[in-house]
Design a binder for this molecule. Sequence first.
Ligand SMILES: [Fe+2]
Ligand SMILES: [Fe+2]
Length: 271
Amino acid sequence: MKVRKNKQTFSNPVPKHWAGDEAFQSHILNVLSLMFPGGEGFFIRSVKQFKDQIDDPKLQEAIKGFIGQEMQHTMAHERFNESVQKNIADMGWFNWLFTVPTFEWLEPFARNSLGLHKLCLSITAAAENMTGGFAQSLFAPGQAEKILRDDVRDLYLWHAAEEMEHRDLAYDVFLKVGGNYPTRIAGLALAYGIISAYVAVGTTYLILTDKEFPWAKLPKQAWDLFTQENAIGRVFLEGMVDYLRTDFHPSQHPMHAGALAYLANLEKAAS
Ligand SMILES: [Fe+2]
Ligand SMILES: [Fe+2]
C-alpha cells in the first residue's frame, strides 16, 4: 500500500458552503474534517498497539501503509481546516471538546486502567467502515462534481481513494488478534454513536452561527441527506446495517473503478 502526499495548501480560504448548493452537507463535512486529525491519530494508535502480534509479513506491510496514509490525511486536513476556519465560526471549543475528553481522558483510562485495546481497535475498524462507505459514495457519478473547488475536490478524492484502499486493514488486524462479534458490535455502537453525536453538536453550531445559511432549504436538504442514494446520511445508516452482518468483511466492497483510475492518474502525473 502506497503512501501518497497531497500538496494542496488551500491558500485561498475555502468557502464555508463548498459542497455545491448543499450548505447543510458542507457544514457536516466541515465538522468531519475538524474531527479527522484527532480520529486518525486514534486509529493509528489502535492499530500500532497490535503491530507486534502480527506475524504475517503482508499484513505488517499493510499496517505501515495504513499508518503512513492516515498521517498524510491528518496533515492535509489540518491545512484544509485552517483555511475553512477563516470562513466559519471559531471552532476552537469544538476541537477541545472532541480531543481532550475523548483522547486525553477517556482513551488513556480505557487503555491503561481497563486494558480495552481490542475495543479501541474495534472502534477503529467500525469507523474505517464508515469512512470507506463515504469514500465509495464520493466516486459515484455526479458526487465529486458537487465540490466547487478543484483543490478541495482533489483533497477529498485522494483521501477517499486511500480510505478504500486500506478499508480492510483495521478489520483484518482485529480478526488476526482474535476479535469477536460482540466486541465488533460494541465498537460499531461506540464509533457510530460518538461520531454522530459530535457531528450533530458541531453542525448545529455551524448552522446557528452561519448568517448566510439558507434556512428555507434545510428541510429538503435534511430529507435528501438520509434518502438520496450516495448521500452521506443514507450511506452512514447503510454502512451501520451492513456491518451488523455476522459474515461481514470490508473486502465485500471492492475499490470503486473511479478510485483506481484516480490513483492511476496520480501515478502517471508523478512519473
Ligand atoms: Fe484517513
Ligand atoms: Fe482510514
